[in-house]
Ligand binder design. Structure first.
Ligand code: HPA
Length: 254
C-alpha cells in the first residue's frame, strides 16, 4: 500500500549502505541548486509500504562526514516528495545505558560542527527566517520507532542528547569528558546540520542511532579500533533493519 502523503525516507549511514529487505522499484538521480547529493535516491517497498533509501556517505561510503553535501541531500529528498525521515547513524556511547550494540533514539542535540553549509536561509532573502528547534526531532516518528522496538523486544534507549562533532577523527578523552559535562549521551558526526536542514524544509526527522563503540576513555584505557566498530555495527544494523521493517509493516496495516 502506498501513501505518498507520508513518504518516508531512510537515510543510511556507516554500516547501512543499503537495505537488504528493500524491494527496489527504481533509482532516481536528482539535481539540486546546491550541487550533487551523495547518491541517487532508491525507491522501493518494505512490508508493502513505499520508502526511499538514501546513502548519506555515497554508495561506496566515500564521502566523509564534514564533506557531505547536506543541503543537496535534504533538498533532493524534499524534491522527491519526502515528508518524513528516519536517519540512521553510528555513534559512540558516553553514558552507561548506551553500551555498544544498543540502539538509541535521542530527543535532543548539541551541534559542535563548524564550516558546514548549514542553512537554506542565506543570500537574497525577503526576510530572515528562524526555525523553531526546541524539540529538534519529530516526536511522532520517535514514538513510532519506540513502539516498533517494543513489539520486537529490542534493546532501545528512547531519549538522550546527541552531540555532533566535526570528525572525521574520533574524539580525545578530554573532549568526551567535555561532551559528558555538557549533557551528551552519545556522540556522532553526521546528525547536524542534517536535522536542522530537514526542519527548514518542513520534513519530520528522527534519528535512529546504533552505538558502535564506547566513546574515547569510556572503556578503561582501550583505544577505539575500526574492527571493533565494524563488528558491533553488523549486529546493530541487523536490529535497525528489523526495526524499520516493523515500522513499515505497522504503517501498511493502518
Ligand atoms: N565518536 C564520533 N562518532 C562516532 C563514534 C565516536 O566514538 N563512533 C561512531 N561514530
Amino acid at each position: 500500500m502506498t501513501n505518498t502523503n507520508n513518504l518516508l525516507a531512510i537515510i543510511g549511514g556507516t554500516g547501512l549502505g543499503n537495505l537488504k529487505n528493500l524491494e527496489i522499484i527504481r533509482h532516481q538521480v536528482v539535481n539540486t541548486p546546491y550541487g550533487e547529493p551523495s547518491a541517487p535516491l532508491t525507491f522501493g517497498l518494505i512490508g508493502g509500504s513505499e520508502v526511499i533509501f538514501f546513502a548519506r556517505h555515497g554508495h561506496s561510503h566515500r564521502i566523509p562526514p564534514h564533506q557531505i553535501n547536506y543541503r543537496a541531500n535534504l533538498w533532493a529528498l524534499k524534491e522527491a516528495g519526502v515528508s518524513q525521515i528516519i536517519a540512521v547513524a553510528a555513534v559512540g556511547g558516553i553514558t552507561p545505558s548506551v553500551a555498544p550494540s544498543v540502539l538509541c533514539i535521542p530527543d535532543q542535540v548539541i551541534d559542535y560542527t563548524y564550516g558546514r553549509e548549514h542553512t537554506f536561509f542565506e543570500g537574497e532573502l525577503e526576510s530572515v527566517t528562524h526555525i523553531d528547534f526546541t524539540y529538534p526531532y519529530s516526536e511522532s516518528l520517535r514514538r513510532e520507532l519506540s513502539h516498533a522496538a517494543g513489539l520486537l523486544s529490542l534493546d532501545v534507549v528512547t531519549g538522550g542528547v546527541y552531540g555532533c562533532t566535526q570528525g572525521p577523527r574520533l574524539e580525545s578523552i578530554a573532549e568526551v569528558k567535555r561532551l559528558e559535562r555538557d549533557g551528551c549521551d552519545i556522540v556522532g558526526m553526521t546528525g547536524m546540520p542534517e536535522a536542522s536542514l530537514a526542519r527548514e524544509l518542513g520534513m519530520d526527522y528522527a534519528h535512529l542511532t546504533v552505538i558502535a563503540n564506547w566513546a574515547a576513555g569510556k572503556n578503561g584505557d582501550q583505544v577505539i579500533t575500526m574492527d571493533e566498530i565494524d563488528a558491533t555495527l553488523k549486529d546493530g544494523m541487523r536490529k535497525v533493519r528489523s526495526l524499520i521493517q516493523q515500522v513499515l509493516e505497522q504503517r501498511a496495516v493502518l
